[in-house]
Design a protein around this ligand. Structure first.
Ligand code: ACK
Length: 520
């Protein structure tokens, strides 16, 4: 097909990982659209759309799926911007194979990727190319101003989950064609032959400006929750900023609502608390990981003031509540420990320190998945620093803290590793209240109060004392805890290194003890 770059072969001297393609002189379409913003005619855009439709119709006839249709992958052989000339585009190769994309990478491709491919790469088909074509048409209409580009991964995912619609151009014929391509039901999308026929029928001189957004279809924001549709089911507990409640969000009021966890900010909160609250929301918004609780949106009142943070509801509650009632096998506990490390490694890779890692803040999604669930004390580490210095006196969970946090209010990435060691201890004691870190430390230092507790705790840790080995805990697992409790922060392991160690322990102990996981 003349609208696709010619593949000239594969260089034989190397393993087959270099492909030589024809050179397409004027580069990607998105770059040109951005550069010439506002200066490109409707006729030019329709011509490009038709050429793209023609290339995709060719692939459709051959039963071939492209998998990555977007303006970046359309190359200009001729710009056609001068009077009397026409553009000529070629669809480029899709890049890395679709099947190797991680879920995060697939979510990153929203809104080009078809919704069915988020759930399962196996759903990729010609119908998915039709969705991507619809988004690419929008890109062309709006001069490469991509819808949802400022959105975080969880916001993007939610956009699809809630089946929201992308903005439409004011031109009715084009809007109708795009919206049929962007149909959430894959089989209802039109064939590329139909697309091509309709595009050919469009008369550029009859079209109004395609670059403007149709004001009759304002794009609703799926991350904005209306307070009146939030129905409280029950309270889940008390968080850093106020209550956490289970609510049903049901805007259509027909029983099809979704369960969400709602964190509310205490009324009359201090400016300090307000700024930590805003920080928690900002941090949570940017996170997207299997083992971190997902942000869904906010609910505002009194102007812009965000008073409620809406998160996914993690049904089985925290490990601290769950474990004492449901005895799990050792390998099962180690699986959870590994997942906590995976979530923490991700958090650290984004330069955040959690500062409050503890079993009470780890939530259980189902019998196989835990999620780190509270970011009330999380802080971004400033560029070029290895630690965060606390300025305000927070409600510090002292018994989970490393000596440098207690002594100097300095939080290193390795301070989270210390807290992970304490969390691992909690897991191995199955969160038995009698063996909790506060109970055990207070046994060692005697009953004290306030600042005295912290001073005695520092003294105890400096004498090399640590939490005892939990009952039935293998020595090597206790040794790992103690590694996390090295006095010198730089001697502690890093989260990415803990993951394979915990995986190997798990395999070892899985062979020895059958899972006794029982939710009843
Ligand atoms: O131990 P829990 O049952 O689990 O009680 C605490 C309480 O709210 C205060 O943090 C619970 N909680 C917090 N976030 C969520 C969530 N997203 N889903 C379910 N429960 C949650 C936590």
């Amino acid at each position: 097909c003349c609208s696709q770059p010619q593949s000239l072969g594969i260089i034989p001297v190397f393993p087959a990982d270099i492909m030589v393609e024809e050179f397409v002189e004027h580069g990607p379409l998105d770059v040109l659209l951005r550069k010439e913003k506002g200066r490109i005619s409707v006729g030019w855009k329709i011509t490009v759309a038709k050429q793209l439709g023609s290339a995709l119709s060719y692939l459709e006839d051959k039963n071939l799926v492209h998998g990555n249709v977007c303006a970046k992958n359309i190359l200009l052989a001729r710009k056609g911007l001068e009077d009397g000339s026409v553009p000529f585009v070629k669809l480029s190769d899709p890049g890395v194979s679709f099947t190797v994309l991680s879920r995060e990478e697939r979510v990153d491709r929203i809104p080009w990727i078809a919704p069915e491919c988020i759930r399962d790469v196996g759903n990729l088909s010609t119908a998915s190319d039709k969705w991507s074509f619809g988004t690419t048409l929008l890109e062309i209409c709006f001069d490469a101003d991509v819808p949802l580009k400022e959105r975080t991964p969880s916001e993007k995912e939610r956009f699809y989950e809630k089946r929201h619609r992308l903005p439409e151009p004011s031109c009715r014929e084009l809007a109708s064609l795009i919206s049929r391509c962007l149909n959430y039901t894959a089989v209802e999308r039109p064939s590329f032959r139909t697309v091509l026929r309709e595009l050919t029928r469009l008369q550029p001189h009859h079209l109004v400006d395609v670059t403007s957004v149709n004001p009759d279809f304002p794009v609703s924001d799926p991350t904005v929750f209306q307070k009146r549709y939030l129905k409280k089911i029950r309270e889940l507990g008390e968080g850093h900023f106020g209550k956490v409640s289970l609510c049903c969000y049901d805007p259509t009021n027909d029983g099809t609502g979704e369960m969400v966890a709602v964190k509310s900010l205490k009324s009359g909160s201090s400016p300090q608390l307000l700024s930590s609250w805003k920080r928690e929301i900002q941090i949570l918004k940017t996170l997207y990981h299997e083992n971190i609780v997902k942000y869904k949106g906010c609910c505002s009142e009194q102007g812009d003031k965000v008073v409620q943070l809406i998160m996914e509801y993690v049904p089985l509650g925290s490990l601290r509540e769950f474990l004492p009632k449901h005895p799990l096998s050792l390998s099962h506990l180690l699986l959870f420990a590994q997942q906590i490390c995976e979530g923490m490694a991700y958090l650290h890779s984004l330069h955040y320190i959690h500062r409050d890692l503890a079993a009470r803040n780890v939530l259980l999604e189902n019998e196989h998945v835990v999620k780190i669930g509270d970011f009330g004390l999380a802080k971004a580490v400033p560029e070029g620093h290895e630690y965060y210095r606390v300025r305000e006196d927070g409600d510090s969970p002292v018994f989970w803290y490393a000596p440098e946090c207690l002594k100097e209010c300095k939080f290193y990435y390795a301070s989270d590793v210390w807290s992970f060691g304490v969390t691992l201890y909690e897991l191995l004691t199955r969160c038995d209240p009698g063996s909790s870190p506060p109970a055990k430390f207070l046994e060692m230092i005697g009953a004290t109060q306030g600042q005295m507790t912290v001073l005695r705790l520092i003294e105890l840790l400096e004498r090399g004392k640590r939490l005892p080995m939990p009952r039935d805990c293998p020595c090597e697992v206790y040794r790992l805890m103690k590694n996390c409790w090295e006095a010198e922060a730089s001697f502690r392991p890093a989260f990415p290194n803990l993951v394979p160690v915990l995986r190997s322990f798990q395999e070892k102990y899985r062979a020895q003890a059958p899972s006794v996981f029982n939710l009843c």
